[in-house]
Ligand binder design. Structure first.
Ligand code: NAP
Length: 342
């Protein structure tokens, strides 16, 4: 009963939690945190009731109605657990759910006396847990803060940065091509938009063209760029970008002041200076790629769309920034030709 209870409880909350995470990531529901007053207390009470029934069932295992009540409550708890988490914290919740799924499988292994399931589940569970901790560190957040960040607050929703900005400056393809062609160093900062546009091969082609002209090309990789851990690394590896050209956050940030052009390719949240400058921002404290410190910034995106967190990005309104609108792959392909002609 202990193993079975543990399995169904974790399994049920993982199922509904994952479904909600999926809906948030697919944009089927709003990705921003949904909070209300007393949320954590309610969630804790629900969890305590579920665990209470579980403990009771260990001693009195015959009660079917109670068993199904426990399963039902766990289903509801999974949903409520993910509801207040959103924006930049989603990577943590994803790896955490992955970890729960592993632990549920390990418990199933005990129920079925299946060693493979026990070992595989335990490995999955603990690697997911380690990944969650690493993700938290990468985002400068504590696990408690991610899971219980909504504690006592109904007003932590996204404060619009609207009103304090100026206008977004659009720049022409030829201007950007000239800037890049005569630069000493160009840093590409890929994000989710590069993945959706499948622009990794075009990025590589542009880098090759620039390198042939003697420009140093580097890639700044944020740990939570894209929609899964290592997303950018996988895509760039697929396009045969040399691993030695990829730079982690701490390595590339000091280089931005001496970078002539930082090219943001479909990235948004990971370059949002509000995380560094605005303590009231929901992503405050999350380390960012400080492209705004480069001599010139070019942002490739389709329009005025926000990032996963749904926050406004002051980077796009800075004087140093020029916007090139259009699908990333399309823009990059045109830039390759324009750099050759420059
Ligand atoms: P992002 O903040 O989601 O921004 C992506 C940007 O790409 C959007 O502003 C969008 O603007 C643009 N875009 C979309 N399609 C495009 C296309 N075809 N061509 C050009 N641009 C396009 O992405 P990010 O900076 O990579 O940040 C990742 C976010 O996802 C973070 O908030 C992170 O916490 C979250 N997240 C990460 C993971 C993970 O494990 N890595 C998991 C879950 C959530 P337009 O619409 O204007 O084009």
């Amino acid at each position: 009963m202990s193993a079975l209870g543990f399995e169904v409880m974790l399994g049920a909350l993982t199922t509904t939690g994952s479904l909600l995470a999926f809906a948030k990531l697919q944009g089927l529901v709003r990705g921003t945190p949904v909070t209300y007053k007393g949320q954590n207390i309610f969630n804790m009470a629900l969890l305590a009731t579920t665990v209470g029934i579980f403990i009771y069932l260990i001693f009195v295992p015959g009660s079917m109605p109670l068993f199904f009540t426990m399963v039902g409550l766990a289903f509801i708890f999974g949903f409520l657990l993910v509801m207040p988490i959103g924006a930049a914290d989603m990577p943590v919740v994803m790896s955490l759910l992955n970890s729960y799924a592993g632990l549920a499988s390990a418990a199933t292994g005990f129920v079925l006396s299946n060693n493979v399931l026990i070992i595989a589940g335990t490995l999955d569970g603990f690697s997911g847990f380690i990944l969650s901790i690493l993700m938290c560190r990468a985002m400068n957040r504590s696990m408690t803060n991610v899971l219980f960040g909504a504690f006592g607050s109904a007003a932590t929703s996204v404060p619009g940065a609207d009103g304090k900005q100026g206008v977004m400056r659009e720049v022409s393809l030829e201007d950007i091509a000239t800037q890049m062609a005569y630069a000493k160093q160009v840093v590409f900062v890929p994000g989710y938009g590069m993945a959706t546009a499948q622009a990794q091969h075009a990025v590589r082609e542009l880098a090759d063209t620039l390198e042939k002209r003697g420009v140093t090309v580097k890639y700044g990789i944020h740990p939570v760029a894209g929609r899964m851990p290592g997303h950018m690394n996988v895509l760039l590896a697929e396009a045969n970008v040399p691993y030695s050209s990829l730079y982690e956050l701490e390595q590339i940030n000091p280089e931005f002041p001496s970078t002539d052009v930082a090219v943001v390719i479909g990235a948004n949240d990971v370059v949002n200076p509000d995380a560094r400058d605005n303590p009231n921002s929901p992503i405050a404290g999350m380390p960012i790629l400080e492209v705004d410190r480069a001599k010139s910034v070019v942002v490739l995106k389709r329009g005025q769309g926000k990032g996963f967190s749904g926050l406004e990005n002051p980077l796009f309104f800075k004087e140093v920034t020029g916007m090139l609108y259009g699908d990333a792959k399309d823009s990059l392909t045109k830039l390759v030709q324009a750099v050759k002609d420059a």
